[in-house]
Write a protein that binds this ligand. Structure first.
Ligand code: ATP
Ligand code: MG
Length: 180
């Protein structure tokens, strides 16, 4: 599975539709301070179902919508689409190209799409839970996270290992089934 394309429209500093195509290999994103590099990784996490406005450096979720600048009006919605090449079948029961979209309006209305079909947040989260690309996964190592792992308590560290090993999903299902 590989992320092929990221389309950002009205999310944070990306007022105009911006398309980033990823080719096989390593991609580095460089740019001056404040140019939107972190906003790109946040767009990815948001599209994968991030629910915490704080972890997206905002107060409320609406803060991800382009807030306007001195010469540009605020926008009324944010939208991020990710297209994955799934020709290796890594995402089970999914087509060779998987598309996910998240959209948020200023009035709070929120939409998720999987292959152009409206779905629930839960469907997106579960699809990626075991893929190593979930919003909490180790695909994202933000500033300060390394230190937090070193300083975590043994139980917390165990949770980290369980997530990395892919057993976290089953633990959650077990908890749900047994009503723990
Ligand atoms: P650094 O190199 O300092 O880490 P960066 O390239 O990661 O910088 P970001 O943090 O991604 O930069 O971008 C910050 C910019 O995004 C700021 O100029 C901020 O005003 C802008 N920004 C954040 N949220 C919004 C929003 N909702 N609407 C418009 N602009 C926004
Ligand atoms: Mg940054």
């Amino acid at each position: 599975m590989q992320l092929r394309s990221l389309q950002i429209n009205g999310f944070k500093s990306f007022a105009d539709k911006t398309v980033i195509e990823f080719v096989p290999g390593l991609t580095g994103i460089v740019g001056p301070n404040g140019s939107g590099k972190s906003n790109i990784t946040e767009a990815i996490r948001w599209c994968l179902g991030e629910q915490s406005a704080k972890s997206l450096r905002g107060e409320r979720m609406g803060d991800v919508i382009f807030a306007g600048t001195a010469d540009r009006k605020p926008l009324s919605r944010a939208e991020v689409t990710m297209i994955f090449d799934n020709s290796d079948g890594y995402l089970k029961q999914q087509p060779t190209e998987v598309t996910i979209t998240r959209r948020l309006y200023r009035d709070g209305e929120s939409e998720f799409y999987l292959n152009q079909q409206a779905v629930r947040l839960k469907d997106i989260v579960e699809l990626f839970m075991d893929s190593g690309l979930g919003k909490e996964s180790f695909a994202f190592i933000s500033q300060g996270r390394v230190e937090a792992i070193f300083n975590s308590k043994p139980e917390q560290r165990r949770g980290i290992i369980e997530e990395a090993a892919g057993v976290y999903k089953y633990k959650q299902q077990k908890q749900k089934a047994t009503g723990e």
